[in-house]
Design a protein around this ligand. Structure first.
Ligand SMILES: [Zn+2]
Length: 264
């Protein structure tokens, strides 16, 4: 049966669809860069992908994405192809800590409303689908320092699983420079959010955004266009943070991408 299915799908690979190429990290938290013929319509699991005028596109996989995703390619001549994208699963570090006082696990009631408002704002920025193509230049490290936290790890406090850690933590002295890992437009610049303190989000285009958390100083405001390696702020320990570090996060819309896969 399996062989029969493979045989049938080989028959249906049309020369047009073969012009769609993919390269990148086919793992959970990975990012894939693609190229197709302009005019084709691509859908990954029902989400229509933004295709640039030159045929470039990008998509990413969440921390816990399933192992197989469907990429639909519709061509202007009416033919279409479905490709199965295989995603390598990963193992994440889980840390269990018990016997903590409960007020250390949940935020105090009086700040819940503030947290909800801030999260809405952040989520809205992450759903932007702009046509910028800054992401095509690739990424550099936004700060220098010791890696003190990795993507995907999770803590279970008093038996309650907390949200996994989605960023990469770079520990460095307060005041160290943070630079833009690639160009973009500043979509959020807030000096004091409850969890993340001084926070910047840069829109790199096509749903890709970078967030920089716990900043001490912000050098940019919403709407600024920044170029790769341009200083945007300094490392701090603002918000819920236990020491000066940069928490760098990357999203493809709501999907959390592992930034460490994008840099050398
Ligand atoms: Zn962090």
């Amino acid at each position: 049966m399996q062989i029969f299915v493979i045989f049938i799908s080989l028959l249906f690979i049309s020369p047009l669809a073969a012009e769609t190429t993919l390269k990148g990290n086919f793992t959970q938290g990975g990012l894939v860069y693609g190229k197709t013929k302009p005019g084709n319509i691509l859908k990954l699991e029902k989400r229509k992908l933004r295709i640039s005028s030159s045929g470039s596109f990008v998509f990413g996989f969440s921390r816990d994405t399933k192992k197989r995703l469907q990429l639909m390619i519709d061509m202007p001549n009416g033919s279409s192809e479905t490709r199965t994208i295989k995603v390598q699963p990963r193992k994440y570090r889980v840390q269990r800590i018990n016997g903590l006082p409960n007020n250390m696990i949940s935020p105090p009631k009086k700040v819940l409303e503030r947290i909800i408002i801030e999260n809405k704002k952040i989520n809205k920025v992450r759903m932007r689908d702009s046509n910028f193509s800054f992401w095509k230049s690739g990424f550099v490290w936004p700060a220098k320092g010791r890696i003190s936290g990795v993507y995907g790890s999770q803590r279970i406090l008093n038996g309650r699983p907390k949200q996994p850690h989605y960023g990469i933590d770079i520990a460095a002295p307060r005041g160290s420079l943070v630079v833009a890992p690639t160009g973009g437009v500043v979509a959020l610049a807030e000096p004091d959010l409850y969890y993340s303190g001084g926070t910047i989000i840069i829109d790199h285009g096509h749903g890709l955004t970078s967030a920089f958390l716990h900043l001490d100083k912000l050098f940019v405001v919403v709407g600024d266009v920044v170029s790769q390696s341009q200083p945007i702020g300094t490392i701090g320990s603002t918000g819920r943070s236990t020491g000066p570090h940069l928490d760098w996060r990357i999203n493809w819309f709501e999907k959390r991408i592992d930034p460490s896969l994008l840099v050398e």
